[in-house]
Design a protein around this ligand. Sequence first.
Ligand code: V47
Ligand code: SF4
Length: 356
Amino acid sequence: MLRMISDKVFSGKRLTYEDASALFRSDDLFTIGRLASNVAAKKNGDKAYFVVNRHINPTNICINRCKFCAFSRSMGEEGAFELTIDEILEKLRTLNSELRTSLREVHIVGGLHPEWPFDYYRALLSAIKKAYPSLTIKAFTAVEIDYFSKLSGLPVGEVLVRLKDCGLGAMPGGGAEVFAEKVRNKLCPEKISGKRWLEIHETAHRCGLPTNATMLYGHIEGPDDRVDHLLRLRELQDRTGGFQAFIPLAYHPRNTDIGGAYTSGIDDLRTIAVSRLVLDNIPHIKAYWIMLGEKIAQLSLLFGADDLDGTVVEEKITHSAGAMSSEGLTKKELVTLIERAGKVPVERDAFYNPAG
Ligand code: V47
Ligand code: SF4
């Protein structure tokens, strides 16, 4: 079976549901990795990207309370936080000088706050854009965008246009989890459906906003749920071309309602590789070092990934759930990880242009 898949990949043929399912079930990690690495080299040469970025979470108060999420709190619960716009600006102002001078992207996502109005989010974008005009703001998952539409009574397209007018430059890929209804209903019954997530990204692409896509793996899903997820993304990308990167997110079990175990390094590498092979129309596969740990993220560069994300600085979502990685890396540390994998580090902006 792998031989046949390998022939297909080398002749540029698209993999089917059955092919992807066989890849997720195979234990021939090195063959799959070598194949994925070949595909990655055709797309991105020996480049491995990183970005000088900072993550910011305006609040962890969330009405959804997904069962895999250790980050969220209810209003008034111990550990709940909410940041003012000034406090968020302060986080950018107090970056060390190396980061402040080369910061390209701020990544903003948070919980669905029961009381904040849509105007808070618009004012937040405008304030950041005013203080840092050249910074790209990558913000708000499809889950938040759907919530803003409900809050404001505006259709999703209008919400996105108004956020874009205030400085939104791109959308992150969170909230996708696993699209398959049976799994999703167990993991996060309050969350928007997979179909709605895809619709919102389609609307974003049509509004000229590039987005990313993720898949949360390693909890209660099976290999066929993963395949279904990847194929639904590939189908949308065929129609819009708006996804920049796909990021498999390794489930972290600590302090969550569903518990369970950490993913294995083998499954992490296989998931990166299969994603690279199946998503033939998405330009970049990101090995998010925060979730994979620095060393598996580095190895992922030999299994089809071409991007490590970035400096991050402060990370709460995965660290609430037992991440063992550090919270931030310096530029030098990212460059060293990449060079020691035998790849050429490319510092990028939010749109994969080399940072000049
Ligand atoms: O939406 C929540 C996931 C996402 C857990 O687009 C968990 O560039 C693992 O989407 N274990 C947020 N994952 C992170 C995210 C992301 C990160 C980096 C870059 C980009 C990008 C996007 O984390 C959430 C959810 O899917 N998540 N809890 C957990 N226990
Ligand atoms: Fe809320 Fe997002 Fe956590 Fe779900 S994953 S509870 S939507 S913050």
